[in-house]
Design a protein around this ligand. Structure first.
Ligand code: C2E
Ligand code: MG
Ligand code: MG
Ligand code: MG
Length: 273
């Protein structure tokens, strides 16, 4: 009986796995179709100076206009995009739109784009990104890239070469989600980062009653960045209290619902244009 039971459990497991892979395959096929149809929008969220509230730049965040599910955030599809490699094609659609918007002359400050770690596997990434800007006449000095620690792990020599190639044209690099990855601090010395983005989990912790620990972590991150001469940007700032704490800890820049939610490109350009 134990054996029979084991077998039926195995079957149930197989069914679940098949359902799961079918679900993934569907999403992958959907993504492929949507790439061809260019069903991706770029939303921009302001990054501000925490002291005076001035907008210093915007982060570009992709949204998928799904035919049946509506507007989807990256959490729903970037994972499948990474597994299938399709995220690279999605990113190129995003980068082209960002470049066109920048060339339109309406952007305020810089625009930062998220770069999947998969891009750095291609030695052509930096060259292609610069060519994308040049093709429409966008100023590279107003573009920034956000990379995660995962990008620094794979082939660090190749990644470093590309970050330097971009920096030579004025495209500065920011380390995203700082504090959530491996945080081998030597990265900060080896790679030419202009800024680090404090992950929003630390900022969320500033709101809790036991916020002492988050405060200590934010303080440590800010002083690390100060010592290295790089900027700090806090992610996920939702309350005035968080903003105040961050200012007290010496964090200069922030981004979050308190200052503005991500908004579709055309809306934004219409407003500031
Ligand atoms: P991220 O780069 O850390 O982006 C910040 C995320 O925090 C965004 O989620 C943003 O909408 C959200 N956020 C901003 N302010 C607040 C706030 O005050 N509270 C809360 N709870 N959340 C806030 P989103 O747009 O869903 O993007 C999620 C992640 O997907 C991004 O995290 C980034 O890693 C990735 N991603 C977004 N756009 C792209 C893209 O074009 N290409 C690639 N490869 N990845 C992207
Ligand atoms: Mg980011
Ligand atoms: Mg981030
Ligand atoms: Mg984050």
């Amino acid at each position: 009986r134990a054996k029979a039971n084991g077998r039926s459990q195995a079957m149930v497991f197989d069914e679940a796995m098949r359902a799961e892979s079918l679900r993934l395959l569907d999403l992958e096929a959907d993504l492929r179709r949507s790439i061809n149809a260019d069903a991706f929008d770029v939303h921009l969220q302001p990054i501000v100076h925490l002291g005076n509230g001035r907008v210093v730049g915007h982060e570009a965040l992709v949204r998928w206009r799904h035919e049946t599910l509506g507007l989807l955030s990256p959490g729903a599809f970037i994972g499948v995009g990474e597994d299938s490699g399709l995220v690279r094609e999605i990113d190129w659609l995003v980068y082209r739109k960002v470049a066109e918007w920048m060339a339109g002359g309406r952007s305020k400050g810089y625009v930062s784009i998220n770069v999947s770690p998969l891009h750095f596997r291609s030695p052509e990434f930096a060259t292609r990104l610069l060519a994308t800007l040049d093709a429409v006449g966008a100023d590279p000095a107003r573009l920034r890239i956000e990379v995660t620690e995962a990008s620094l792990l794979e082939d660090s020599g190749r990644t470093l070469a590309q970050l330097n190639e971009l920096k030579a044209r004025g495209v500065l690099a920011m380390l995203d989600d700082f504090g959530t990855g491996f945080s081998a601090l030597s990265y900060l010395r080896s790679f030419p980062f202009h800024a680090l983005k404090i992950d929003r989990s630390f900022v969320a912790g500033l709101q809790e009653s036991s916020r002492g620990e988050s405060e200590a972590l934010v303080r440590a991150i800010v002083s690390l960045a100060d010592g290295l001469g790089i900027d700090c940007i806090a992610e996920g700032v939702e309350t005035r209290h968080q903003r105040q704490c961050l200012r007290e800890e010496g964090c200069l820049y922030g981004q979050g619902y308190l200052f503005g939610r991500p908004q579709a490109l055309p809306v934004l350009s219409a407003r500031s244009g």
